[in-house]
Design a binder for this molecule. Structure first.
Ligand code: ATR
Length: 279
């Protein structure tokens, strides 16, 4: 019997991949639960993606995470797809099943909601309107997850309005698209404000939005993880808002894959956070 038949392998496929934190997340869990398995970074270019994906199950992989730029391609090449992946047209978690082939799921929205639930005691999707800033790839999973969670009203703003309208028409017909210049109105009375733009990210453009409608009753969250607090979160905190950074989303989105591949439901806690951030 070869080793791969007894020791399950998984990994994250992307390009570039060196900065991915996923190997640290899964590596910590494997060690902590004493599971004989491995999780590795897999740097694969777009040109090689199809061949690489087809080879993985034959190499002893039980599944993989997929990140930029392969999420749509992974979805298209899968043999079966979860409802969430189908709605988004993109996959971040693949399970390789000997009889069913490549099964595609998308757990980004799950990670987003679980992070809020962990960080905001008693977080209630029904608490009030939600405002999402940004309509890029990262916003899509979050918007669908918020609608599924039952938010009463979702206001979507993007610098390029046509992109927000396209997102609405494609995956979220109930969202209200507002002009970027209407940020004040869009933020008024919002229970949750989600920054899904690259504004204020490391290496990204400055935060250029008036946030004075944000107050102590607002939860403000960033969906992309940046080391340290982003200017968006700093500004929201300065206005008394409860802030939630994007790091937990990364940790929570990893849970369903780990459980499927390695047979143990993992926990997100301070030990994990420390292990992932220690570089
Ligand atoms: P991702 O997949 O991570 O969301 P993306 O698709 O490049 O990345 O989207 C980046 C988001 O940040 C978009 O909503 C983008 O707005 P546009 O669609 O108008 O480009 C937003 N963004 C980037 N720079 C911005 C800026 N200076 N002001 C406002 N929004 C900005």
């Amino acid at each position: 019997m070869t080793e791969h038949q007894t020791i399950p392998l998984a990994g994250v496929i992307g390009w570039p991949i060196a900065h991915s934190l996923s190997p640290r997340v899964h590596g910590h869990w494997l060690a902590r639960y004493g599971i004989a398995g491995h999780y590795v970074p897999l740097g694969v270019t777009e040109a090689d993606f199809g061949v690489a994906l087809a080879a993985l199950p034959k190499l002893g992989f039980v599944g993989a995470n997929v990140t930029m730029p392969h999420k749509e391609r992974a979805f298209a090449l899968a043999d079966s797809r979860s409802e969430m992946a189908t709605r988004l047209g993109a996959a971040n978690t693949l399970v390789f099943d000997p009889s069913q082939g490549i099964m595609a799921d998308n757990t980004d929205g799950f990670g987003f909601i679980e992070n809020l639930r962990e960080k905001v005691n008693g977080w209630d999707a029904g608490a009030g309107p939600v405002t999402v800033l940004g309509a890029g790839g990262a916003a899509r999973a979050v918007i669908v997850a918020l609608i599924e969670a039952g938010v009463p009203e979702l206001r979507l703003l993007n610098r390029t309005k046509a992109r927000a309208e396209a997102l609405r028409d494609e995956i979220a017909p109930t969202v209200s698209v507002l002009d970027w210049g209407e940020a004040e109105n869009a933020l008024a009375g919002a229970a949750l404000v989600v920054n899904a733009t690259s504004m204020g990210m490391e290496g990204g453009p400055d935060m250029a939005l008036n946030l004075h409608e944000i107050g102590p009753d607002t939860v403000a969250t960033d969906i992309v993880y940046a080391r340290g607090e982003t200017p968006f979160l700093t500004a929201a905190k300065g206005r008394g808002a409860k802030i939630v950074d994007g790091f937990g989303m990364l940790l929570h989105q990893a849970r369903p894959g780990f459980e499927r591949w390695f047979g143990h439901a993992p926990e997100v806690d301070e030990n994990l956070r420390r292990a992932v951030l220690e570089c």
